[in-house]
Design a protein around this ligand. Structure first.
Ligand code: NI
Length: 185
């Protein structure tokens, strides 16, 4: 997930583990559970964090760098020289509030498109941390939105899939055009 509409689009930046952008069929893949949280998974988490910070994002799912595993990295509180990426492995929503919240979302895989998405305002989720320990978390506000946005990625869903059919097709058109421009640049 991405916050600052004024930052340059992520796909313009060279990265060690580049971020896939829509429409790319890999982004529709359903990711599979991590069986063991080992050093390879921790390396994946570190690579995801690198790509997320390079692209100035606040959240990233592993499939966005082409790895179909149920791993998310989020850092909502980034300050210069103070990075604290939090890994959510095999996350599951245990409870979601009836109360809904609307937030203008953006996505590193959907560059230059921003739109309002309505989701449950509060959730309770369980996940494994980077040491493989089970954690339970209650979230509201931006963290609830961001977790749900990233968990959608694990199921092959982008935030534009929550928009009306017209808005979604306009978004896909814009993304396809941007990709063609990039290829011919
Ligand atoms: Ni996203």
């Amino acid at each position: 997930m991405r916050l600052d509409p004024d930052a340059p689009p992520a796909y313009l930046k060279p990265m060690k583990r580049p971020i896939l952008t829509a429409p790319d069929p890999r982004l529709q893949q359903v990711s599979t559970d991590v069986e063991t949280v080992d050093s390879a998974i921790r390396q994946l988490v570190d690579d995801m964090a690198d790509s997320m910070y390079e692209a100035e994002g606040i959240g990233l799912a592993a499939i966005q760098i082409g790895v179909p595993k149920r791993v998310i990295v989020i850092d909502l509180d980034q300050k210069e020289g103070n990075k604290n990426p939090v890994a959510f492995i095999n996350p599951k929503i245990l409870w979601a509030s009836d109360e809904m919240a609307v937030f203008e979302e953006g996505c590193l895989s959907v560059p230059e498109i921003w739109d309002d998405v309505e989701r449950p305002a509060k959730i309770r989720a369980e996940y494994l941390d980077r040491n493989g320990e089970k954690q339970v978390l209650e979230a509201d506000g931006l963290l609830a939105t961001c977790l749900q946005h990233e968990m959608d990625h694990l199921n092959g869903v982008l935030f534009i899939d929550h928009l009306s059919r017209l808005k979604r097709s306009m978004a896909i058109k814009k993304l396809t055009k941007a990709k063609k421009l990039k290829e011919t640049a």
